[in-house]
Design a protein around this ligand. Structure first.
Ligand code: NAD
Length: 295
């Protein structure tokens, strides 16, 4: 069983530290919110009065904080982790922060001979509470191997995404897709409601189509993911359908901002001669070309 310093005991960190204690690990915990510390102490943790105290003599030091500037302050600020952390310890940041912040923190720690991995977390605090989080991990394979027993307590999927910062990058991409699909879903359901159709009906239908099930597991595997442009559904028709929705939404004064922007990219795809391509491969090829990505 490991000695762990755990800093940041909010929605995520609180649930995770509880699960680590339950699995038999010894935790010394810190949070600027004394109430959050007290709650975990009643579960069996030892309280620390600053990050350095939590990190002293620990084999693993975990941070679960809101943003990168707080992680940097907790690591390098006064009474920070870097002042005391053992050269044999592993620093694991689980916060959702910029990849370059992760790399900057890692580089400064590496100069002091201290290893770091980034392990941002997919899913929600409800999953963290029952130990079914997903981890996107960046760092050296040996360091990730060391962290595995702890990550296995906290989650049911651990994916090594690449070097330090790669976890943060995958997390950022995941959350971008999730947030934009969330918005498009809201726009679609608002349009249905304005036209007098209830949420339940739409939810039932989109739950059976790529709109609700997600493209990455439905339409993309046999097309965009293998760069096959032969159409299961033509990009021209997707362009037409976004147009039908925009025209109808205008009549009901419903803003479809995602669709309005998206239609421009579909138009570019058509101007590049991709109208008869599969809609997934065609749009992916177009966005990649606009980003200057070569084959
Ligand atoms: P939270 O606000 O609930 O918890 C953050 C904790 O950090 C708080 O308890 C706060 O008091 C503490 N804190 C702030 N400054 C501090 C400092 N200087 N020193 C010590 N403690 C300090 O946030 P959360 O929901 O637990 O999220 C943490 C991270 O995990 C975020 O980056 C978030 O984006 C990410 N995340 C959250 C969820 C979720 O469902 N809540 C899911 C996945 C990822």
């Amino acid at each position: 069983m490991a000695d762990i310093g755990f800093i940041g005991l909010g929605q995520m960190g609180g649930a995770m530290s509880r699960n680590l204690i339950e699995a038999g690990h010894r935790l010394r915990v810190y949070d600027i919110d004394a109430g959050a510390v007290a709650a975990i102490v009643t579960e069996g943790a030892e309280a620390a009065s600053n990050p350095a105290e939590a990190a002293r003599d620990a084999e693993f030091v975990i941070t679960m904080l809101q943003v990168g500037s707080i992680v940097e302050a907790v690591v390098f600020g006064e009474n920070g982790i870097a002042e005391v952390i053992s050269k044999n310890a592993l620093f694991i940041d689980m916060s959702t922060i910029l990849p370059e912040e992760t790399q900057r923190i890692g580089a400064r720690l590496a100069k002091r001979g201290i290893a770091m991995i980034d392990a941002p977390v997919g899913r929600t605090s409800a999953h963290a509470a029952v130990g079914t989080s997903t981890f996107m991990v960046g760092g050296a394979a040996a360091d990730i191997e060391r962290a595995h027993p702890l990550l296995e307590v906290l989650g049911e999927s651990i994916t090594h995404c690449g070097p330090l910062g790669a976890g943060a990058m995958v997390k950022l991409v995941n959350n971008y897709i999730s947030a934009v699909v969330n918005l498009a879903t809201a726009e679609g359901l608002a349009l249905a409601e304005a036209a007098g159709i209830g949420k339940g009906i739409v939810a039932e239908i989109i739950g059976q189509t790529p709109a609700g099930q997600g493209h990455i597991r439905t339409t993309w595997p046999s097309k965009a993911l293998v760069d096959d442009p032969t159409p299961a559904f033509m990009l021209d028709l997707a362009y037409k359908d976004v147009g039908l929705a925009l025209e109808t939404a205008a009549r009901f004064n419903v803003p479809l901002a995602t669709g309005a922007a998206g239609r421009q990219i579909y138009a570019i795809a058509r101007s590049q001669g991709r109208g008869h391509d599969d809609w997934t491969t065609g749009i992916f090829r177009t966005v990649r070309a606009l980003a200057g990505l070569t084959e």
